[in-house]
Design a protein around this ligand. Structure first.
Ligand code: NAD
Length: 357
């Protein structure tokens, strides 16, 4: 892959390779855009099959973080870290301390937090080397696990989509198919169960499947079948690139609304969903609850203020839908337009300020 060409095309500022054989660390940090502030984004641990796969993932994820912060109205940029390794077997305190040293060397341009494969405990190790880490334990005056606020934001976003499609925000009696019953998927299920939603779930992890079935009464299907089930809302809460030319024609839902990052394999897949008259809640808008919650950690955490800010995702999704309808474009393009407008405005203000000095 031509990394520099990709970075120029999508506006990435920096890519940092981190190697520490003694600590068993192979990681890559990407800083996409710091126009609005320091780049905040999680550290993902995943057994990538190749270095190219890891690089592409970190570049794509960091860009989505820029847009996520921009549409959420936060003064933060977009960044991400990926650790190449299996989170079930390759973790050690030394590995996370080592990553912490690399993050510290960036002087605050990148702030990390949890992501797929990493936990609050891992962030505590990183904190041993740098203060540029969020998602620390609640008891430390920090914001804790970002999954519950992320799930709350997804739930609010779903209701905004339901208002548009079904004429009411109530989800009572509706069927939601959840792909990935992990942290966000299961916290989302609590809101859905409370509102009388029927659930269908699929997960690769037998423990997650057991939880979905026994605690939430979900109907279980295989990880392939989840794309074909009849439902009102399909909720991708596992990994990215699952909405594509192969899967979109199979969907039998009216809404796609879930937490996974980078759900569209290609930008055009948002248009494909629109053609199928499926309302898509753009991933980085609907899953912004975690970062909104974390952002308050930087200025002094207050849980109540955080939750009411997260609930604003309902309004942001409404705004995206309205813009998409006005401009006759897909919701994914409308969200991009909202984010780009905020970024370009900030760039213009900065240029004017620098000119005036
Ligand atoms: P998680 O690891 O707890 O859950 C993911 C679940 O998906 C796991 O149970 C896993 O077994 C399952 N899974 C993996 N591959 C699958 C497949 N092919 N089919 C079905 N299930 C599969 O992660 P999470 O924190 O719940 O995050 C879920 C998604 O939401 C990720 O894409 C993450 O980047 C995104 N996200 C999470 C947060 C957060 O606060 N945790 C915030 C924003 C975005």
């Amino acid at each position: 892959m031509k990394v520099m060409d990709y970075m120029k095309k999508y506006g990435h500022e920096q890519l940092v390779y981190c190697s520490d054989p003694q600590a068993g660390l192979n990681a890559i940090i990407a800083i996409h855009d710091t126009t609005l502030g320091p780049a905040l984004g999680g550290a993902r641990m995943w057994p990538y099959k190749s270095e190219d796969e890891a690089v592409l993932d970190v570049l794509r994820l960091s860009r989505a973080m820029t847009y996520k912060a921009a549409v959420a109205g936060l003064n933060l940029g977009g960044g991400k870290a990926v650790i190449i390794g299996d989170p079930t077997t390759d973790k050690s305190a030394g590995l996370f301390r080592s990553l912490g040293k690399f993050i510290e060397s960036l002087g605050g341009r990148y702030i990390t937090t949890e992501d797929v494969g990493t936990t609050v405990g891992d962030m505590q190790q990183i904190y041993g080397e740098t203060k540029h880490v969020t998602g620390l334990p609640l008891g430390w005056g920090a914001s804790g696990d970002p999954s519950p606020p992320t799930a709350l934001g997804v739930y609010q976003g779903m209701k905004a989509c339901a208002e548009e499609v079904f004429g009411s925000g109530s989800l009572k009696g509706k069927t939601v198919a959840i792909q990935g019953f992990g942290k966000v998927g299961s916290y989302l299920a609590v809101h859905l169960r409370d509102e009388g939603v029927k659930m269908i779930a699929a997960d690769v992890n037998p423990q997650a499947v057991k939880k979905a079935k026994e605690e939430f009464g979900a109907t279980i299907v295989s990880i392939d079948e989840i794309f074909d089930v009849e439902c009102d809302i399909f909720s991708p809460c596992a990994l990215g690139a699952i909405l594509n030319k192969q899967t979109i024609p199979r969907l039998k839902c009216s809404i796609v609304a879930g937490s996974a990052n980078n759900q569209l394999e290609n930008d055009e897949d948002g248009d494909l969903l629109m053609q199928r008259q499926i309302l898509y809640a753009p991933d980085y808008v609907i899953n912004g609850g975690g970062i909104i919650n974390l952002s308050l950690e930087l200025t002094g955490y207050n849980a109540e203020a955080a939750m009411s800010q997260v609930a604003e995702i309902h309004n942001t999704i409404e705004k995206v839908i309205k813009l998409a309808k006005t401009k006759q474009i897909s919701t994914s393009r409308a969200a991009e337009s909202l984010a780009e407008t905020r970024l370009q405005d900030a760039k213009r203000v900065r240029a004017m300020y620098l000119k005036g000095r």
